[in-house]
Design a protein around this ligand. Structure first.
Ligand code: FE2
Ligand code: FE2
Length: 360
């Protein structure tokens, strides 16, 4: 059974559930009614507490963890030297940037106009079948199509809207940089797949949390841009083999990403002039360290990205993860997402949103 299937199976209705209400929750709990089990109801009459508790291990968001073998990179690059070198390049503003092709820069220019016309963007994008395919793939992904398949680029672009188009183009441009550095292409595609999952989850959760859906998607989609930029810079400044005789995955880069990817993400945010809150989310989604300069909206967006990032990994979209219960996370608590039946029910939909494949 595939991993996504395992997660999806966790959200199927299980037999024997009874009408449940939570005694201690005063919030938005609605007391979800489920299939009644007479034997369980009798027992419930004797001890209501038995049925008032949410059994965490029944749900996908309480995850036992993956086995995480140690995968060192040292066989072809010295991590300490690479980190030092990349930090020096950032300090002198010489960090090798990702190239953004001229046709994509032209789309960005049009998008900056307050009243841009989608027909202008369609005219530019349709020259590139690969770029057109990228937009159709995203708009037809599980979470965005509404039952019908979209084949028309103009319809796809209007459905996506300005911010989604921008963020999809950023990631698409980033991926193009690795066509000539195939050593890292598989890892980059893995990061992009994880980034889409994080953006989709963030947009979904934002509805519940009263946050801006477009901004949530953009922050989720770009939160790991620092990883892609780090790989791009390594390809420029490190001496690398053309290929290795095993499949590289994100796990090989855990150490270097942990040390660098948020700082590099902040650097890229500045060069791409991404907004303040999105920059904060990119720079702090992992360390969750804040100072007085961060207002509560920036902290809320960063927490949303942290939570969505973890959910994506639990659902099999992203690098492996240890044992975790989503409701125990600092970000979940900062967002005020409490464990009650309404929220548990809301989260049941998450794995089903992720049945897409951006690698195809
Ligand atoms: Fe990250
Ligand atoms: Fe991530």
């Amino acid at each position: 059974m595939g991993f996504i299937d395992w997660v999806v199976n966790r959200v199927k209705p299980r037999p024997g559930k009874v009408k449940r209400t939570i005694g201690n929750e005063k919030s938005e709990d609605t007391g979800i009614t489920q299939e009644s089990d007479p034997a369980a109801d009798n027992t419930a009459a004797m001890n209501t507490n038995v049925y008032d508790s949410i059994v965490d291990v029944d749900y996908w968001w309480c995850f036992p963890g993956h086995y995480q073998p140690d995968k060192p990179l040292q066989d072809f690059v010295d991590i300490d030297t690479a980190v030092l070198r990349l930090r020096q390049e950032m300090a002198i503003q010489k960090f090798p940037l990702m190239d953004i092709p001229a046709n994509i820069l032209n789309v960005f220019k049009i998008l900056e106009a307050p009243n841009f016309a989608y027909s202008e963007i369609t005219a530019l994008v349709e020259h590139s079948p690969a770029m057109t395919g990228e937009f159709l793939k995203v708009v037809n992904s599980a979470s965005m199509n509404r039952g019908e398949k979209i084949h028309n680029l103009h319809v796809a672009l209007t459905r996506l809207g300005r911010e989604k188009i921008k963020s999809i183009l950023y990631l698409y441009a980033a991926k193009l940089n690795f066509k000539t550095a195939p050593l890292f292409l598989n890892v980059v595609e893995e990061i992009i797949d994880h980034s889409y999952a994080t953006g989709i989850i963030a947009a979904y959760l934002s509805q519940k949390l009263g946050q801006d859906q477009e901004e949530a998607f953009l922050a989720g989609l770009l939160h790991d841009i620092g990883k892609i930029a780090t790989l791009r810079a390594m390809a420029v400044v490190c001496e690398l083999p053309e290929k290795v005789d095993y499949e590289l995955t994100q796990e090989y880069f855990n150490v270097i990403f942990n040390v660098l990817h948020e700082d590099v993400g902040a650097y890229i945010s500045d060069t791409w002039r991404l907004g303040g809150q999105i920059r904060t989310a990119i720079a702090h989604h992992n360390n969750m360290e804040f100072s007085e300069e961060h207002d509560e909206n920036a902290i809320a967006l960063t927490s949303l990205v942290n939570l969505s990032d973890t959910m994506a990994r639990v659902a099999g979209k992203g690098r492996m993860i240890g044992s975790v219960n989503i409701f125990d996370l600092q970000s979940t608590q900062l967002l005020g997402l409490t464990k009650n039946w309404a929220n548990v029910e809301f989260l049941e939909a998450v794995p089903g949103l992720l049945k897409f494949n951006t690698k195809a």
